[in-house]
Design a binder for this molecule. Structure first.
Ligand SMILES: Cc1cc2nc3c(=O)[nH]c(=O)nc-3n(C[C@H](O)[C@H](O)[C@H](O)COP(=O)(O)OP(=O)(O)OC[C@H]3O[C@@H](n4cnc5c(N)ncnc54)[C@H](O)[C@@H]3O)c2cc1C
Length: 462
């Protein structure tokens, strides 16, 4: 048993855990961060495939306490990883992280109102758990393909591809249509002899110019000169714009479809637009993939697209429904990840909590689990825009409890209908069991006003 007296155990040193470390440290609350990996960053530590990057403007996605200033809107996974390494150093978070420590089980003892956390490196105890274990499982999603065992080429999932690898002289097929495929394709095409992007069905894709515009440029110049407020306003504006587009596209799908039509038809022509860029669903029912350099690579023929299901693999090719055969040396699967909200078991007393369909109150507290916080970031915008305010709300609750001499905080477990804000395939696969959000509009611009005024009287306090 670790003899250190922590108030809070944070699980994970990804963006959520690092933000928690910052705010706990700032509030003088003793904490430790337990991290299974040997480095910080979470998904930005593990996703190193060519082209891996964010698709949220990083001035907004980076932390509010350390906005990332740059001439580019979107940043590569490697840049984000370095940024997070700088943050844990600069804000003295690094010394609180125990790397290579995987949490296996957490047990809350209602008698002494403390958690005991069982890990690969022994036991730790604390009054509160703050779970930043992410929402993707370590195992990627790989669909079943007929004949795949006969394929003699290299078959690999993007999440297992290392950055910096070269596909020189190789005929590559990239399977997928989501953000990963759209980020990876232009980067892989740089070195591959040929690249065919095979998608079962199209997704919405929007190509952007990665250079920052005048508004961001001016805000950053003022920030460097010591005027921090304009970047704060800019981040709020970018968030409001995301929410506005999200709601607007959902409310007016025909207008949204028209915008995408105009965006692509000039670049690829009517036929290709209808075949490859016209999804079956409406804009923002799934996350919109943000492309950099895709139009150019399609125009020059460095990337070809096919839209059809894969019927089977042969020794040296894959065969599409309809009969087309595509020869390849390497087949990269950008087929997505599996959702996983809890990476360890949770017990309250001697009762193991059934985590299926559990209610997430305001995206922070979880039904029937005392002294447990699980800040859930935004899905249609930048994660930090909601996870940071929620973490500050959690700390306000802890301070309130300390001031009042209270031992436990919780919300009741209850059945809540499942209404996910977006329904990409990884959400559809997990719909039956995934946690249910309640008490939130799912729009950070509105939620943050409420979360920042988190009302302790609405909680079960004892
Ligand atoms: C390729 C990619 C691109 C993305 N782009 C964007 C984007 O543009 N904008 C956006 O908002 N979001 C994006 N996301 C979503 C991203 O997951 C979140 O933005 C955010 O990084 C989540 O941070 P996290 O710390 O909650 O989780 P993670 O980054 O998943 O980190 C969780 C950490 O917890 C650790 N952990 C898990 N279980 C245990 C355990 N049992 N014991 C100890 N440690 C454990 C893991 O090792 C990991 O380090 C992207 C995700 C991916 C994969």
């Amino acid at each position: 048993m670790s003899d250190a007296a922590y108030d809070v155990i944070v699980i994970g040193a990804g963006m959520t855990g690092i933000a928690a470390g910052h705010y706990l440290g700032e509030s003088g609350i003793p904490y430790t961060i337990l991290e299974a990996n040997e480095g910080v960053g979470g998904v930005w530590h593990t996703h190193r495939w060519p082209g891996a990057r964010c698709d949220s403007d990083f001035i907004k996605y980076s932390f509010s306490f350390k906005p990332f200033l740059s001439d580019q809107c979107l940043q590569s996974s490697a840049t984000i990883r370095r940024y997070l390494e700088d943050v844990v150093g600069e804000f003295s978070i690094l010394g609180h992280i125990r790397f290579g420590t995987r949490v296996l089980k957490a047990v809350f003892d209602p008698q002494v109102t403390r958690w005991t956390v069982h890990t690969t490196r022994g036991l730790f105890t604390a009054r509160y758990l703050l779970n930043g274990n992410g929402y993707f499982s370590d195992e990627p999603y790989v669909p079943e393909f007929a004949g795949v065992e006969t394929f003699r080429g290299e078959l690999i999932h993007t999440s297992r591809v290392e950055g910096g690898c070269s596909f020189a002289g190789k005929k590559v097929v990239l399977v997928g249509s989501g953000s990963t495929a759209i980020c990876a394709a232009p980067a892989i095409a740089e070195s591959a002899q040929s690249l065919v992007l095979v998608q079962r069905s199209p997704s919405y894709i929007y190509e952007v110019d990665n250079r920052v515009g005048w508004l961001i440029r001016i805000s950053q110049t003022l920030y460097r000169a010591g005027w921090k407020q304009p970047v704060k306003w800019l981040r709020a504006y970018l968030q409001a714009r995301d929410d506005f587009i999200f709601v607007g596209f959902r409310r007016f799908p025909r207008l949204a479809r028209w915008i995408f039509r105009r965006h692509w038809i000039g670049a690829v022509g009517k036929r290709a637009f209808e075949d490859h860029f016209t999804p079956r669903y409406n804009p923002w029912e799934q996350r919109i993939a943000v492309a950099l350099g895709l139009k150019d690579k399609l125009r020059t023929g460095a990337i070809a697209i096919r839209t059809a299901a894969i019927e089977r693999f042969t020794e040296s090719a894959l065969v599409l429904k309809g009969g087309e055969r595509i020869d390849c040396d390497v087949c990269i699967l950008a087929t997505g990840l599996n959702l996983r909200f809890f990476s360890f078991d949770i017990h309250v007393g001697d009762r193991k909590i059934d985590l299926e369909r559990i209610n997430f109150h305001k995206g922070l507290l979880v039904g029937g689990i005392p002294n447990y916080f699980h800040p859930m970031g935004s899905w249609h915008s930048a994660w930090t825009q909601r996870c940071e305010p929620l973490t500050r709300a959690a700390i306000r609750i802890m301070r309130y409890m300390k001031a009042q001499g209270l031992g436990t905080v919780s919300v009741p477990r209850r059945e809540v209908p499942c209404r996910p804000g977006i329904t990409p395939n990884y959400v559809k696969r997990a719909l039956a069991t995934m946690p249910r959000l309640e008490g939130t509009t799912d729009l950070p611009t509105l939620d943050n006003m409420d979360a920042n005024r988190f009302d302790a009287t609405r909680l079960h306090l004892a």
